[in-house]
Design a protein around this ligand. Structure first.
Ligand SMILES: *Cc1c(COP(=O)(O)O)cnc(C)c1O
Length: 356
């Protein structure tokens, strides 16, 4: 029996996506590649119905962090200043990226799992001369879906642009590209979109890339944008994972697009959450503050993470540990990917066997 991945990506692939990996070999300097790349970029914009005149999808070969680093390093100009909001590992990672790239930045540091503190953001924006605010949409560390709409309002008021890490929300959660002052958002193939790890991408406002010398040779979005608009690519792309993402996007649209994906994930997570609650396992956040993608749970008394993980793995399910010092306290379950209802029912009975 196949192992069901309940970690937040990579995800179980559908047969169609897996088969797409074996399409014909292709040189990235041939017109067939340009066609593939053009189609992919168009489909990525279509996930949120974005206008091609205003927005562009930029495709990269790398994991999600490559897209996040490309976004931060390509969007904040040399005379710009970033306010980095941290309420988990991935917010902290954007600060590390800013520091590594020599970007002038400050942090709003919140507890892991805490909601965004708009007063703290407002106080910082009142004080300093910022060009950008970076924030994680779905903070996968805890499963919290950060509320972007009220933050967007504060940013607008201060004429500051948003850089959004949407790596674990793109394709499932709502993103108001035309309402929020987004300059760019970073995402990946192998989470909500059900593709293969290896392709990451940024959705950029065409007018939102910084001018001036690039901070990076490989991760400069302006270089990619220019060459991809002309049908090319500055570097070799992972052709097979492009094929896989192309097929995954076809499946995505056939199944009803983003709202359908969100509803499917929400239904899966509700079943898992209900089952665990019945077993006395407490979620770490209220349902209404969690993403549809992943929820965190307190480890029940008398169980270690390793023991629960190994017992579930023996039954064909891979769950995910907490990060930092939380592995001794929490575990996480995500339900992206090609998972059948029967798989979820088997999971629930495995949880009942192990935790009742
Ligand atoms: C998965 C993830 C990333 C990227 O992680 P990689 O290991 O580089 O793919 C970035 N941000 C968030 C919120 C994520 O969930």
């Amino acid at each position: 029996m196949r192992t069901i991945l309940l970690n937040p990506g990579p995800v179980n692939l559908s047969r169609r996506v897996r088969t797409a990996l074996t399409r014909d070999d292709l040189c990235h300097r041939e017109p067939e590649f340009a066609d593939l790349q053009r189609a992919l970029r168009r489909k990525l914009l279509a996930v949120y119905d974005l206008d091609e005149a205003k927005w562009a999808a930029v495709l990269l070969t790398g994991s999600g962090t490559a897209a996040v680093e490309a976004m931060v390093s390509s969007c904040v100009p040399h005379d710009g200043r970033l306010l980095s909001i941290e309420n988990g590992v991935y917010g902290e990672r954007m600060s590390r990226i800013a520091a590594a790239n020599g970007i002038d930045f400050d942090r709003v540091t919140l507890d892991w799992g805490a909601a965004l503190d708009l007063d703290a953001v407002e106080a910082a924006l009142n004080d300093g001369n910022y060009s950008h605010v970076s924030v994680v949409h779905h903070e996968t560390t805890t499963g919290r879906l950060n509320r972007i709409a009220p933050l967007a309002e504060v940013c607008r008021k201060h004429d500051v642009s948003l850089l959004l890490d949407a790596v674990s929300s793109f394709g499932a959660e709502e993103i108001e590209f035309d309402e929020w002052p987004i300059d760019a958002c970073a995402a990946t193939a192998n989470k909500c979109l059900h593709g293969v790890p290896g392709t990451a991408f940024a959705i950029v406002r065409r007018a939102g890339l910084a001018a001036g010398p690039a901070r990076s040779v490989y991760l400069d979005l302006a270089t990619y944008l220019k060459q991809q608009d002309a049908g090319g690519t500055p570097f070799t792309q992972s052709v097979q994972t492009f094929y896989a993402l192309d097929e995954a996007l076809d499946e995505f649209f056939e199944a009803g697009g983003r709202p359908a994906r969100q509803a499917a994930f929400a239904e899966r997570m509700a079943l898992i959450r209900r089952t665990l609650l019945e077993l006395g396992v407490k979620p770490i956040l209220p349902a209404g503050e969690s993403s549809c993608v992943l929820h965190g749970f307190e480890l029940p008394e008398g169980h270690s993470y390793a023991q629960l993980h190994d017992a579930l793995k023996g039954r064909g399910f891979v769950i995910y540990a907490g990060q930092g010092d939380s592995p001794s306290k929490i575990f996480r379950i995500s339900a992206m990917g090609e998972i059948a209802h029967a798989d979820l029912e088997r999971l629930c009975s495995a949880l009942r066997d192990l935790l009742a």
